[in-house]
Write a protein that binds this ligand. Structure first.
Ligand code: G3P
Ligand code: MG
Length: 347
């Protein structure tokens, strides 16, 4: 099924197991591989470079379209990663295209948030960088941020008047916001006015977060604040300046539907057009390898069978023993150790 089949080895559709890898704190720290990840992943391919073991990346991060993120991962890790193997926090946003496909929506966060959304089919999407640029004096701190240049190259030729006259129907926090003060200011403007900053009042537009991670691991020794921290900041401020409490929806792990979707995608990956198991592929075990007990391990535990959770010590979790509240089925030091365990257990 789909074009994935040309890089899949026949061996993989006999596989009774699959693997979901968290990225930050398991595969990468910032943009550097960690825990022997390139070598661990190479073991999942055969000598010709075809995928031997069905696996995917299940990250709460994002900011690039799945195709670009797959190329970036391929480059960083030295293996051939397909866009179908990239499940990012914002990937489920594509399901909202029927609802907001033609409406004005604002996409915020690092990387190319508007590019991400237009790839999902949204026709009238503006990045927060572009949207804020249409309003004179909307961010009083802007003159002090001279070095900050919006990264999102996605800018269509549209008139300022056209954008200013339309109500924003939804705001999507696609990835970790770069300029918290401006984004909190402009989101409060959008959300409390019914989508027309500086103008009248109306019902709160919809607000979607790609995930709700309080913190995550980068190359800095201790955890960094994530999208969940931004959500708390926005919500606390909004609830102080507005009568009705902020309404929002968060996607990403640990939501059970994320794990169900990962299972479905792994089945698709495992099923080649020539396979006799097409449509009825059955996994005995799906391994989730993560670094965050509250997010990755909790999610896999809630998802239940056939998930088996493995916690590494290269990221958020740095404990000696298992996590007390969300214990994993197995705790290892690195992703390399995790893959070694899996391949030995499954051989
Ligand atoms: O911003 C990314 C972070 O919140 C989580 O990424 O790969 O650890 O799920 P990951
Ligand atoms: Mg992680």
């Amino acid at each position: 099924s789909r074009s994935f089949s040309n890089i899949i080895s026949p061996e993989s559709n006999r596989s009774s197991f699959g693997i979901a890898f968290d990225i930050d704190g398991v595969i990468l720290l910032g943009s550097s591989p960690v825990g022997g990840s390139p070598g661990a992943l190479r073991r999942l391919y055969d000598d010709s470079g075809a995928l031997r073991i069905p696996f995917l990346f299940l990250t709460n991060g994002g900011g690039l379209p799945e195709s670009k993120r797959a190329s970036e991962m391929s480059h960083l890790l030295g293996v051939n990663v397909s866009p179908f193997q990239m499940l990012q926090g914002h990937s489920p946003f594509r399901k909202l295209v029927n609802r907001f496909g033609n409406e004005l929506v604002v996409a915020a966060g690092k990387g190319e948030p508007a590019e991400v959304m237009s790839n999902y089919g949204f026709k009238n999407v503006v990045s927060m960088d572009e949207y804020a640029s249409y309003f004179d004096n909307i961010d009083p701190l802007e003159p002090y941020k001279k070095s900050m240049v919006g990264q999102d190259g996605h800018k269509e030729l549209r008139s300022r008047e056209n954008v200013l006259s339309q109500r924003v129907q939804a705001a999507f926090i696609v990835s970790d916001p770069v300029d918290w003060s401006r984004d909190i200011q402009v989101l409060c403007d959008i959300l409390r006015t019914g989508g027309l900053p500086g103008k009248d009042f109306g019902p709160q537009p919809h607000l979607y977060f790609a995930s709700d991670d309080l913190d995550y691991q980068t190359a800095f020794p201790t955890e960094r604040l994530g999208m969940g921290a931004f959500r708390i900041a926005l919500e606390s401020i909004f609830n102080r300046i507005h009568d009705n409490p902020l309404e929002y929806t968060s996607f990403g792990k640990p939501n059970p539907f994320v794990f169900k979707n990962a299972e479905d995608v792994l089945k698709e990956i495992a099923t080649s057009p020539h396979s006799s198991t097409e449509g009825s592929h059955h996994f005995r075990t799906l391994y989730m390898i993560g670094d965050n007990p509250k997010i990755d391990i909790r999610g896999a535990r809630q998802a239940g069978s056939p998930w088996f959770s493995i916690l590494t010590r290269t990221g958020v979790f740095k404990g000696k023993d298992n996590h007390a509240e969300f214990p994993a089925d197995l705790v290892v030091d690195t992703v390399e150790e995790a893959v070694d365990f899996i391949l030995t257990r499954e051989s």
